[in-house]
Design a protein. Structure first.
Length: 403
């Protein structure tokens, strides 16, 4: 399980890695622009380069290690994750966004909630695969919900609402692909609506302010300031409406005059839109689309159900973060603090996302070369996007249950 599989070069997805690498390089370039001549942020570009190198090495390491080694120890991984999150909640230091979710490792700080995104995918994938013969049972779905709710609660009270919502969205997508029934979907929607007022009362004041400001910019001028600056920056990307190339690299007024806050993290898409215009923003969307498509493709070629669910979970993390990050830059969604994958400044986010890419490559490297790309299926939701091998595993489990 620790040696490179046969056909490494043939099975390794170089298109996926090329798209990821281009996003990382674009991110480094834009972080350099966003932090230019700011003493307190002087080391951000160098740190991002260092974390990029570490992260790309992790991709190679996780590609070589058989992903089934991780899934076979999913209960140990889950226990360690819960302990790590508890330590982050109790002993963590306050981050830039006001959440006590950082653990000081000496040479650098690390955000446990970022690691939770990927480790929970491994845990949920195996938990659902092990219970494939009972996947249509409400009890099985509730058990998977309990698995994800404990870490989600620990992240919520740090407080980190963005990653909490992300984790729950990933859980829903994974149980959907595993075979969630429509009546169960309706049940969870009703429960979610009933719980919404309770969740609202438990949110921090600044979290509620972000939502109310999204609805009405005039309700909180301070919270609305950066949203207005981001919208101005995006609008500046078209100079007098005559160019699609933006104002030029390191030439954006909102960025270089520092009107736009947290421009190297939460609002880096606005920096890209202002300085590189429609071309730069379009390039980000195109490359993200390539990354997500290639990951979903890997899931459809997976040799088993757990491998497929890992790929779909990683794809959902990237899709959801991209949607929310860009959405809050153009005021389509409230500000949550979620970063733009591979582009925004942040070592914890970058390294863990690249860990996810490594897992996807590991799944691809263990595929049966005789497996054809399969889309669609006949086994409820669980048939969609699963390879023939993964579908046969699910069919076999259900046949045994019927006997």
């Amino acid at each position: 399980m620790l040696s490179a599989p046969t056909g490494f070069l043939r099975k390794f997805d170089f298109v996926l890695m090329a798209a990821v690498t281009l996003l990382i390089l674009l991110g480094i370039m834009m972080i350099a622009s966003a932090t230019r001549d700011v003493a307190s942020l002087a080391d951000r570009t160098r740190s991002q380069i260092l974390f990029s190198i570490v992260g790309l090495a992790i991709v190679l390491i996780f590609s070589i290690i058989d992903y089934r080694l991780w899934t076979s120890t999913y209960l140990w991984i889950y226990g360690g994750l819960v302990l790590f999150l508890a330590l982050g909640t109790l002993l963590g230091v306050e981050g830039e966004a006001g959440s006590q979710s950082w653990i000081n490792l000496g040479i650098a700080g690390f955000q446990p909630s970022e690691l939770a995104k990927i480790l929970l995918i491994i845990v949920l994938a195996q938990q659902l695969a092990v219970n494939a013969d009972r996947i249509e049972s409400l009890g099985t779905i509730i058990v998977s919900l309990i698995f994800v709710s404990i870490p989600a609660f620990l992240i919520f009270i740090q407080p980190d609402l963005g990653i909490t919502v992300l984790i729950m969205a990933v859980w829903f997508v994974m149980v959907w692909f595993a075979g969630l029934r429509w009546e169960h979907v309706a049940l969870f929607v009703v429960v979610g609506l009933v719980m919404s007022p309770v969740i609202w009362t438990q949110m921090e004041d600044y979290q509620r302010a972000r939502i109310t400001t999204f609805i009405d910019l005039d309700s909180d001028p301070d919270q609305a300031f950066n949203i207005r600056q981001a919208l101005t920056a995006v609008g500046n990307g078209s100079v007098n409406g005559t160019t699609v190339f933006g104002r030029g690299y390191m030439q954006g007024s909102q960025t270089q005059l520092r009107f736009l806050r947290v421009r190297h993290t939460d609002f880096i898409f606005a920096v890209i839109a202002e300085e590189l215009g429609f071309v730069g923003a379009g390039a980000v969307l195109f490359l993200m689309g390539v990354v997500i498509f290639r990951i979903v493709r890997a899931g459809s070629l997976a040799p088993d159900m757990a491998g497929a669910l890992i790929c779909y979970g990683v794809a959902m993390v990237i899709f959801f973060q991209t949607l929310v990050s860009i959405g809050m830059n153009v005021r389509l969604l409230p500000v949550t603090g979620l970063t733009l994958p591979f582009v925004s400044s942040g070592g914890s986010s970058l390294v863990t996302l690249l860990m996810g890419i490594g897992l996807v490559q590991s799944v691809l490297l263990r595929q049966d070369p005789r497996e054809a790309l399969t889309t669609g299926g006949t086994i409820g939701n669980g048939g969609y996007g699963l390879s023939t091998a993964a579908r046969l595993q699910l069919e076999s489990s259900r046949s045994l249950q019927q006997r």
